[in-house]
Design a protein around this ligand. Structure first.
Ligand code: GNR
Ligand code: NI
Length: 154
């Protein structure tokens, strides 16, 4: 296991579209482990592979309810709307309100290549959307409707 460097805004890799994983090999499994370790060390609730410089559609999330590993995640349904304050490990010190769906259903593969379905509400819905955006080169800053002073961050 290893901690990987988190790329910061301005690094062009964060603006590229990540490629689907075709084969879940040892490199992918090592990446998943390293991403989880890197996310926990940085106290993040999620991390997408482009943030560690790898243009693969791989995401890890832990909102405090256990680790979720997602390969090739896709939002298959979404409903409602919520506005919450977001931050990003690639844009340290900046916080802003973003509108997201209230509830999303995501299909993906786990590390064993099994198809999984994750339903998220609240912060989990936000994290799923935020991470999948990273896979498409989208940063939360692109969607901010109001910047928030770090002091008034919820
Ligand atoms: O750690 C993170 N916290 C967070 C808080 C609110 C909304 C989204 C996030 S994701 C972020 C980690 C990160 O940058 N993932 O890409
Ligand atoms: Ni982020």
């Amino acid at each position: 296991m290893a901690i990987r460097d988190i790329r910061k805004e301005g690094d062009e890799i964060l603006r590229k579209k990540a490629k689907k994983v075709e084969v879940i090999d040892d490199r992918v499994l090592t990446l998943l482990k390293d991403m989880a370790e890197t996310m926990y060390k940085a106290n993040g609730v999620g991390l997408a592979a482009p943030q560690v410089g790898i243009l693969k559609r791989i995401v890890v999330i832990d909102i405090g309810e256990g680790l979720i590993e997602l390969i090739n995640p896709e939002i298959v349904s979404q409903e409602g709307e919520q506005t919450g304050t977001e931050g990003c490990l690639s844009i340290p010190g900046i916080y802003g309100e973003v509108k997201r769906p209230a509830r999303v259903v995501v299909e993906a593969l786990n590390g064993k290549g099994q198809k999984i379905r994750v339903t998220g509400e609240g912060l989990l819905a936000v994290a799923l959307c935020h991470e999948i955006d990273h896979l498409d080169g989208i940063l939360f800053r692109d969607k901010v409707i109001r910047y928030v002073d770090p002091e008034e961050k919820e």
